[in-house]
Design a protein. Structure first.
Length: 273
């Protein structure tokens, strides 16, 4: 049995299947960990969702910003963006079943000595604290009032964590950190406008994973979301969004030995964030 962590797929079904052929993935034996942004901007969102759902316990997916965007658009809370590729899914006969499956996925996952989240964690959060906060959001997304939450989910405030946050402010900052974070100040104040690599970072901000004394640094973290950063491999970090939807690479890491497998995505003409 092997466990493969895969970066942002974003509706690139053909590339996903080619990568799984490269690793000789066997659903009855192996497991997939998917670091969020399963859908959107690539051409085959419907096929990707159907395939991953069909794997049942063979796949664990954490929710990314594009996955949440799909839920918001489907609920009529916001209109699609210009570059979205969601129409085929939204008109599919099994759309409701797929959306119900999607909103029941995790915001964060831990196991086998690793933790996985789509974007990042605030520096004050231990793994245990972050897992508890993720569970709060998951409970709301999976509950009967999830539509109300989707209407209040978007917004940049609050930018900094406080233990006394409650209600939608508390849930929103957890979602923002785990699905949108790239940069923050050493005190955890988040910044959301920077979307390129490590050059041109606004003064006073650093990558979330480089904050000194980050409380989650003792557990290897798997994350995606930052395509401009590219593949980042450190003893306690696996940044695995290698820009498939931008026409670069789709990456899988076999967690047992950290061997890297990649698929060329030069034929993809979508755009991602």
């Amino acid at each position: 049995m092997a466990t493969y962590a895969i970066g942002d797929i974003q509706g690139c079904y053909d590339e996903l299947r080619r990568l799984l052929d490269v690793v000789a993935f066997e659903p009855s034996r192996d497991r997939l960990w998917i670091a969020g942004d399963i859908v959107n901007r690539g051409p085959q969102t419907l096929q990707v969702l159907r395939f991953i759902r069909s794997l049942e316990d063979g796949a664990i997916a954490t929710l990314g910003n594009h996955d949440l965007h799909l839920l918001v658009v489907a609920a009529g809370v916001r209109k699609p963006h210009r570059g979205d590729t969601l129409d085929e899914l939204l008109s599919a006969p099994d759309c409701d079943e797929l959306l119900d499956w999607l909103r029941r996925q995790k915001l964060m996952h831990a196991g086998a000595g690793y933790t996985m989240v789509h974007a990042g964690l605030l520096p004050q959060w231990t793994i245990a604290k972050a897992m508890a906060l993720a569970a709060e959001v998951e409970a709301v997304l999976q509950g009967p009032d999830y539509g109300d939450f989707l209407q209040h989910m978007y917004g940049n405030e609050p930018l900094r964590w406080r233990d006394d946050l409650v209600g939608y402010d508390r849930l929103r900052i957890v979602v923002n950190a785990m699905t949108r974070l790239r940069l923050c100040k050493p005190d955890g104040t988040m910044e959301f406008s920077h979307k390129t690599g490590l050059t041109g970072v606004p003064p006073g901000y650093i990558p979330w994973f480089d904050v000194p004394d980050r409380a989650s640094a003792d557990t290897p973290l798997i994350f995606g979301h930052w395509a401009a950063l590219g593949l980042l491999l450190r003893p306690n970090l696996l940044g695995i969004d290698s820009g498939c939807v931008w026409g670069r690479l789709l990456t899988a890491v076999r967690l047992e030995d950290r061997r890297i497998f990649q698929c060329d995505c030069a034929g993809v003409s979508g755009s991602g964030d």
